[in-house]
Design a protein around this ligand. Structure first.
Ligand code: NIG
Ligand code: FE
Length: 391
């Protein structure tokens, strides 16, 4: 039998359901309570109206928001790229070529090493309030190494993405067409059973628009749904291809033409912004304001990976998005919760409403705004995942 818990005395509750709270997208309730029954949210409302339950937790006048939905990470890897980071901070620019360093280290690692690394970064993310994460392959680039990465990832999340098309494998440097044939053939056959999504790094030095279309179309035929690394380092066809193929998300969106923005506004593809990458590569920021003003749904995620964005912290990304990308604190918090859920085409997470999975983050602060207002401060003081308190 499932037991129920009420969390009372919440100064500000972010529900992301305007029908439950104020009529802003955050659906804020002041002086609120939440009832959790088993793994689900059973009730939200004003504290004084909360029903009696078996257990009671006093939030002490602090803020509660949905657990973060990190819809873009690359956590199956081995090795370290400190030297590359140091070189960049001395003026060198980022290029996709650094991925090869991690491919070599990942291929050489044992399953146990890769899984220990993965669980280490997952625990780190959980302590910072992330209750759902997507993660990708892409540092194996052989049939066996890609399938292994996905198998390991699937032990820890349902949101697993096949990214055999991260870069052309160094083994096929002289014959990229043969690598695309491998990715769309034998590699896809071995990987599809372990994944929900298929992704391509559509970029100069990685895969062009035609190659990306071929790979994503082959993935769709195998039941995988597309998402794309698009328009990160330069202008290109990725964003419009994402909309054309009804990808759940176009990720990065740093270099956008007006036609790209119009395409996103006209479709159901979410624009996932990853400011940790611009921070760690000293690149120009994506213009969140432009996307929001055009009516595009925006998600905010970490892109955690050892090359371009070695942070597992969604709060850090929220602070960057507010400071440097034109988002308000409310918009950034929405994008890191409900926006991430939209980028994964999920409605059971990213909100605190009856029937949703009980994923909640308690802050050591009276308002969710403090996530941007107090950058770098570890404000997450409680986390419930599927109704269980884990932090
Ligand atoms: O999202 N853009 C491609 N992939 C990663 C970088 C991976 C790496 O540098 O190792 C990204 O930034
Ligand atoms: Fe990425």
């Amino acid at each position: 039998m499932s037991s129920s818990t009420v969390i009372t005395n919440i100064a500000a509750l972010v529900t992301n359901d305007p029908s439950l709270g104020d009529d802003s997208p955050l659906g804020l309730i002041q002086d609120a309570a939440v009832v959790i029954d088993g793994d689900r949210v059973a009730w939200t409302g004003e504290s004084r109206k909360a029903p009696a339950t078996d257990n009671r937790v006093d939030a002490g006048g602090r803020a509660v928001l949905p657990g973060f939905v990190d819809s873009h990470s690359h956590l199956v890897f081995a090795g370290d790229r400190t030297q590359e980071f140091n070189a960049r901070m001395s003026g060198r620019s980022y290029s996709a070529g650094g991925i090869r360093t991690t491919v070599a280290a990942t291929r050489a690692a044992s399953d146990a090493e890769l899984e220990a690394n993965l669980t280490h970064y997952l625990a780190e993310a959980l302590r910072q309030g992330t209750t759902t994460f997507e993660t990708k392959s892409g540092y194996g680039l052989t049939v066996e190494d890609e399938a292994r990465a996905l198998r390991l990832a699937a032990r820890h999340t349902d949101e697993v993405t096949f990214l055999g098309a991260h870069i052309v494998s160094p083994d096929y440097a002289d014959d990229p067409a043969a690598y695309v044939a491998l990715v769309t053939g034998e590699m896809l056959d071995a990987c599809a059973p372990h994944a929900r999504w298929i992704d391509v790094f559509c970029e100069k030095g990685a895969f062009d628009g035609d190659q990306a279309r071929a790979i994503l179309t082959a993935g769709k035929a195998k039941g995988l749904h597309p998402r794309i690394h698009a328009n990160q380092l330069s202008y290109g066809p990725g964003v419009q291809l994402a909309v054309e193929l009804d990808a759940a998300s176009a990720d990065h969106c740093t270099h956008l033409t007006d036609a790209d923005v119009d395409a996103l506004a006209s479709g159901d593809t979410v624009a996932t912004l990853l400011p940790g990458a611009e921070f760690s590569t000293r690149a120009e920021w994506p213009d969140a304001r432009r996307l929001l003003d055009a009516g595009v749904t925006v998600a905010l995620s970490t892109d955690c990976n050892p090359g371009s964005s070695f942070t597992s912290s969604v709060p850090f990304c929220i602070a960057l998005a507010v400071r440097d990308m034109g988002m308000t604190p409310n918009e950034a918090v929405w994008s890191a919760t409900a926006g991430g859920a939209a980028a994964l085409r999920r409605t059971d997470i990213g909100r605190i409403a009856p029937g949703a999975r009980a994923d909640l983050t308690l802050l050591d602060a009276p308002s969710h705004v403090h996530l941007a207002y107090r950058p770098g401060v570890p404000l997450v003081s409680g986390v419930w995942r599927a109704g269980v308190r884990v932090v």
